[in-house]
Design a protein around this ligand. Structure first.
Ligand SMILES: *Cc1c(COP(=O)(O)O)cnc(C)c1O
Length: 440
């Protein structure tokens, strides 16, 4: 056998090992989910090999008559689900959706407000000195929201004061961006509509993490609260393929469209547009039930950790109103998020280490931060409820607090997972959750 044939076989073998491992693990990565069998089936269609470019009906390429119909269905479903006047389903990811938003709403170098990374902001919102997309790619000057660490949210009064102070200094702000990657509580959007109008600023909202909850009418409703434009990833709480979306008021439609093409995209991953259409249809059908259970499960995860003596952030606010739970592990026997992450992975429990707002003060950084971030979406999709969240926390407790042998816990986790092998909240609930088509 040739060396390359061996590597070819090796790739398939690794895929199989990964799939098999996923079916035995507890995945609490807040930015991940498991897509439905229908979504998986759609994204392997021939669209994956085609080009379209441009808007349906005005394509640069021939051969798009069915692709166009699918994209129009996807747009209609998105507008309905998010009650948006305009939807563009072309961005290939959340970061590209954000670039489309920046391009449509600001001139290069314009100044914007966004959440800092330590407070849960995303690198695509960050300034140039951090290599952030807004600063490094578009030249935007980024000022950070004033953050109330206790309330774990944007401090409205202090932030309005800061905007006024900057305006007076001649440092004009053009764009207010809400949303982030550690996002347990709704952001105060409507509180900023008045000052935005006073100074002619636009409001954007990055719903990457919470778009599935927003679609279901839970968490908050940014487009009704004063946001002009909203972006999302379509694979976090929204359980679609890896892709992005931009939703906006009708008046910004043309600017968003040219930002997509010819601005940022040539190929826009047409197979994922098909997968997204299927995911949106399933969300309209099952989304409310799903989102309610996601939020109940996140609260149950937090409560179970709290009862076992873990330091869960924002206890006085009920820990979370979304899918996400932030935990300070700096006082546990393992002392930092990285050590916790590594041990739990060996016990078949997959979580993220995460920076805490107070890490910098304590001399910690993102490499070995004091926190971990947990999300309830994927396990909820597999049919787990509050009692299973308690069982999950007990597995975590055995590893982190009791120092039990990780191999023993890993075996118990695999056994526990045997009863949760199908995707719920979908039209097909019989195909195994981690199965995919094999043509080889
Ligand atoms: C995940 C995330 C993104 C990036 O999304 P991708 O689809 O991975 O490009 C953007 N913004 C926020 C707030 C995120 O959490």
């Amino acid at each position: 056998m040739t060396e390359h044939r061996q590597l070819y076989d090796k790739v398939f073998s690794l895929i199989e090992q990964h799939d098999s491992w996923m079916s035995k693990t507890i995945n609490l990565i807040a930015s991940e989910n498991v897509s439905s069998p229908a979504v998986r089936s759609a994204i392997v269609c021939d669209f994956r090999d085609r080009y379209a470019e441009g808007w349906p009906g005005e394509r640069v390429y021939a051969g798009c008559k069915y692709i166009d119909e699918v994209e129009l269905i996807c747009i209609d479903l998105a507008k309905k689900l998010f009650r948006a006047e305009f939807a563009d389903v072309r961005p290939v990811s959340g970061v590209v959706a954000n670039l489309m938003m920046y391009t449509a709403m600001m001139e290069p170098l314009d100044r914007m407000m966004a959440l800092s990374i330590a407070h849960g902001g995303h690198i695509s919102h960050a300034r140039k000195s951090l290599g952030g997309t807004a600063g490094a790619v578009r030249g935007h000057k980024v000022r950070n929201w004033v953050f109330d660490e206790k309330e774990f949210n944007i401090d409205v009064d202090a932030s309005i004061k800061e905007i006024r102070r900057l305006q007076e200094k001649g440092q004009e702000i053009r764009f207010l961006l809400f949303g982030g990657s550690v996002f347990p509580f709704p952001h105060p959007v409507k509180e900023f509509r008045e000052i935005a109008d006073e100074f002619g600023m636009h409001i954007g909202y990055d719903s990457a993490h919470v778009s599935g909850l927003i679609a279901a009418g839970r968490f908050q409703d940014p487009l009704r609260e004063g946001a002009d434009i909203m972006t999302a990833s379509t694979h976090k709480t929204l359980p679609g393929p890896q892709h992005g979306i931009v939703l906006s008021k009708a008046e910004f439609a043309d600017a968003v469209k040219v930002a997509a093409f010819p601005g940022l995209l040539s190929n826009h991953h047409l197979h994922n547009v098909a997968g997204l259409a299927v995911a949106l249809a399933e969300m309209i059908e099952f989304g409310k039930e799903y989102a309610d259970q996601v939020i109940r499960n996140a609260k149950a995860l937090a409560q179970a950790l709290h009862e076992r003596g873990w330091n869960v952030v924002a206890e006085h606010k009920g820990f979370t109103e979304s899918h996400v739970v932030l935990v300070d592990v700096s006082e546990t026997p393992m002392k930092d998020g990285r050590t916790v992450e590594e041990h739990l992975e060996r016990a078949n429990i997959i979580i993220n280490r995460n920076l805490l707002p107070w890490d910098k003060k304590m001399g910690r950084d993102y490499r070995r931060p004091g926190g971990i971030r947990l999300g309830s979406s994927e396990m909820t999709r597999l049919g787990m409820k509050e009692s299973e969240m308690d069982a999950i926390v007990e597995f975590m407790h055995r590893v982190v607090m009791k120092g039990e042998d990780v191999d023993r816990v890993a075996a118990d986790v695999a056994e526990f997972r045997k009863d949760f092998q199908k995707v719920h909240f979908a039209f097909d609930t019989e195909t195994p959750a981690y199965a995919h088509l094999r043509f080889r």
